[in-house]
Design a binder for this molecule. Sequence first.
Ligand code: CA
Length: 236
Amino acid sequence: MSSLRMPLKYLDNAKKILCIGRNYAAHIKELNSAQPQQPFFFLKPSSSILKPNNGPFLIPKGVIVHHEVELAFILNKELKNLPDSFSPEEALDAIDGYALTIDMTARNVQNEAKAKGLPWSIGKGFDTFLPVSNFIPKSEIPDPYNVDLKLSINGETKQEDNTNLMIFPIHKILSSMSNIMTLEKGDLILTGTPKGVGPIVDGDTVDATLSVDGKEIARIDIKAETKPGFYEYKET
Ligand code: CA
């Protein structure tokens, strides 16, 4: 309830940010990845959050950053050791609200990590690598599998798909995750990106929208700049 009055409060309550990978078939294909048998996820740090109107989005030097537009949801309760029978209705009951997000990914860093069996923390975890929208009340998304996600760079559409293409539905994501780590009230869960991921460079303007039946519900507008500091990616 308080999240309705304070649209960004939800971000302060997220102890964890969990991101499903490889949840759209056409995106798996574009990266030549294997389709997982079980939902597969990684964590992003809360310091990677870029709040609305808090830009710019920062590109680390030497990094090829890809945009991944995603529907996220916020949990309203603790979930632990859920059985396989956990139902779609029970899953919707556990959702407090939604957000539009962009899971920014340092693709060349991630590719090296994949090749060497290293964690994805760096490739997914830089400051500003998680632009988010305001909190979306649950009532504005009657069906999380009928949401249009769109991302444009400098006015050119790059990603545009509906969440009905998700491979693992939310109840399967939750039952799988909850047997690995306790999901807590306030946790933010990203559901994966559709096809069309690609690079963002310094100077680009990125716009993402979330719509339901043609009505825009949430938006992210960011401008990309080079990240200050001493980090520079060099392939080794
Ligand atoms: Ca992603």
